[in-house]
Design a protein around this ligand. Structure first.
Ligand SMILES: [Fe+2]
Length: 138
């Protein structure tokens, strides 16, 4: 059973963003699968980097859709992205530098964060964008 399993209740009703979320799921699952297949540090590091890079790219795509003046959750949404980015990049750096890291705790954080963020903060963004006609209504 993969770490993250997509289901339709996670759709925020904006196909472009839903597709990006699905890809995030796949990349997080890749990290876990690589870990499970035996500890190859380079391979794990590579998967972690791909996940972090894509998360940053995805956050930027969401942020580009937000209208700073009109979207009431702008600050909250931005700070959640920032916190996640910082935590993920710090972890990647520590892992790359062979510092002691708790991989299980990190994967637990990623799993919880992705679910919680999509079901709450991104869902609110989806409703906002659909209300403005920036996405097809669900
Ligand atoms: Fe978001």
């Amino acid at each position: 059973m993969p770490l993250l399993v997509w289901n339709d209740t996670m759709s925020i009703g904006v196909p472009e963003i839903d597709d990006q979320h699905k890809r995030l799921f796949r990349l997080a699952n890749d990290v876990e699968a690589t870990l499970r297949s035996g500890f190859d540090k380079e391979a794990v590091q590579n998967d972690l980097r791909i996940l972090c890079d894509y998360a940053v790219e995805h956050f930027a795509a969401e942020e580009a859709l937000m209208d700073m003046d009109a979207y009431p959750e702008y600050d909250k949404h931005m700070s959640e992205h920032m916190l996640c980015t910082t935590k993920a990049l710090d972890f990647l750096e520590a892992f790359s530098e062979d510092k002691e890291v708790d991989m299980a705790a990190f994967l637990q954080f990623v799993t919880f964060w992705i679910h919680d963020h999509i079901l709450n903060v991104d869902m609110t963004l989806g409703t906002f964008l659909r209300g403005r006609g920036q996405a097809p209504s669900a």
